[in-house]
Design a protein around this ligand. Sequence first.
Ligand SMILES: *Cc1c(COP(=O)(O)O)cnc(C)c1O
Length: 370
Amino acid sequence: MFEKFIQCVACGKRYGKDEVVFRCESCGSNLEIIFDYRKLKKIRNDIKSRPFYYSRYRELFPVKKTVSLGEGFTPVIRSKNIEKKLKLPFELCFKPELLNPTGSFKDRGSSIEVAKVVEKGFGKAIVASTGNMGASIAAYSAAAGIRCRVLVPRDANQFKMRQILSYGARAERIRKGYSDVIEHAERIAEKKGYFLLGDYLYRREGTKSIGLEISEQMKADYVFLPVGNGILISALWKGVREANLLGLSKARPRLVGIQAKGCCPVFRAWKFGKLEKIRNPRTIADAIECDFPLDGLNALKSLKESGGFADIVSDKELLKARDMLAKMEGLSVEPSAAAGLAGLLKAKEVVKENSRVLCILTGHGLKEPV
Ligand SMILES: *Cc1c(COP(=O)(O)O)cnc(C)c1O
């Protein structure tokens, strides 16, 4: 095993690599795992020689055996029409995460998290979700043979709700907003002995595979992507940094985090310096409607370290980008998943000529049929 210890991303407090901790006990922030990169560097050529398949980065995952349904290793696709028709002066590519087993990138994290539940000997897990995370964990729990309970906010999308139920999970609507649902799940986990899943430590370690992959797939100058709780962006950045540390790639893209105008705590913190709960969130982009992002601080750190920035788009801009992807590229995504492209179209003057731009398409359009 190559893990060294668990560390708080905010205050730096360290925990043993086998401790079961979900948030920092001192400051409440999110955690990450630090690996022995010097030792890992020695197996770089071995990693490079493996097929582009889920076990490629196995030493960089903190579990002995992942629960795999074929997640990850999605292609990078060059734009067929948008780039030409809009005469964009840069190369536009997409990473279709909609191709994952349950239709969103969440499967990357679930594959590791659910494996951890089994490894730690828990028979049941609980998660707070706006929909996609719940569906993903429900599927991986079914595969691993553990019981799964999903709490969703009052206005959760009915298709996602049905997807969760279809995998045999127990789903409950909580008559409150998303951050209240998170608190509720954390309380139940503590009281009733459920393993708490969601945007915590182990999810980041699974989700980072997207950063490792793109580092090896292309030399992107910019990555545009949606930001909700902030795990995707911070995990992607961890993957990029680890690919650098191992010498798998020198790529170091600027990350551009896009939020919905009606719920944009990370954007507001980027602009005004303070991460605060959004009082009345209102957007059609339910997958990124996170009023108080669990991994907000880490998202901000990733934006800064990568030399990128945060921006916002309106619901109208999201729907326009979603329709362009379907009608001009044949790529069907849900509105939240179009945020990267919507943000790029808004900020395209900032992008340097002849650079390579990648938009992450985070979730499938079938989750919210037009
Ligand atoms: C979860 C999700 C996001 C946001 O990812 P975070 O890690 O919460 O920032 C974006 N798009 C889709 C489709 C999602 O399911």
